[in-house]
Ligand binder design. Sequence first.
Ligand code: ZN
Length: 383
Amino acid sequence: MLLSGRRTQHAAQQTAEAAGLTFAGQQLAAVTSFKYLGIAFHSSTCLAGAAAPARAQLARLAMHNCRTRCAEVGIEAAPVQLRLFGTMVDSVLSHGAEVWGVQLACCHRGSAGSAAEKLQLSYLRHLLGVRQSTPNAALLAETGERPLWQRWLRRAAKLWNKTLEERPGSLLQQALLSSVQLADGAHFLAQQSWAAQLAAGLAAVGMQLDLQQPAPVDLGELGEAAQRRQLQLQLQLAQLQEALAKGGASRLEHYVHNVVGALNLAPAMFGQRETYLDAVRRRQDREALAQLRTGSHWGAEETGRWTRRPREQRVCPHCHDGIEDAPHMLLTCPLYAPLRLNFPDLFAEPHPPHRFLRQKPCRLAAFAAACHHGGQPALISAG
Ligand SMILES: [Zn+2]
């Protein structure tokens, strides 16, 4: 069968027959569907189109098991949960992705992408205790996790390298050479060859793969190129959101200006976990800090979004002095003035938000959690 991506079964069948593929001298039959590794592939969709949702469905079960186990044994530490995602969930999610994932890696535009990628991002949101609307860029920067498309591209490049190392004439190498040949020709299926997709995926991060003279891909260079690409995509996204929000209401803009610091934007901000995720053990402390950092907090700036209230009307209900955003809550709102007295080390000198947030993570998280609870008027009057 041929995964043609044609819309109808009839067109797909015709495409497959017209391709006239052979194996060991025999013409291959055109069928409309088949099952492989538990995934049903159909001729009317492409390889990734069938694989990504099917893997995501299996991985969703693995994710629930993983969360249940963590809850049962009381695992709250973020690094452990991230590692468990890698071993219990991503192993199911990205199974065989060096083959099917490369197609998604080459057409990536920085959004959440496939069902498989959405699942990873939803796990990260749950881990940080932030809402679904929290920007993907902030999630990945906070947790230091690589987006799945990068992992898939890396795995595909490794498979490419490994195949080139095989003894000449091995089955794997024959398959690779056929794929390269197909990519090279003017055949209408050229774009669907695995080698062509790998080359396109690498080209998307600014690396060239010469299919005429196959040579190993430098994996170190690939890692750096992919990080640069990620930053570039996120910057485009930030600019877009800025334009949409007309002057700075987006969460991503908050993240860039108040957390990272606009001058500190660099590819290195991806791929490294923020220290508070390792240092802060208590889940509620960690979540309160993560919420303030990602802009997914309890203040009017965020809650006003739910009712589509214009930004200038999302003023602080406690002091009515300015918009209730993260810097207002952390640094100026008089509601939290008594709490600040308990954290003199954090307020010893005035800081802009992005410097303030670079102080001791445990203290920041304890303060954020105290604000979260102290910010509830009912609690204040009761206390
Ligand atoms: Zn206030």
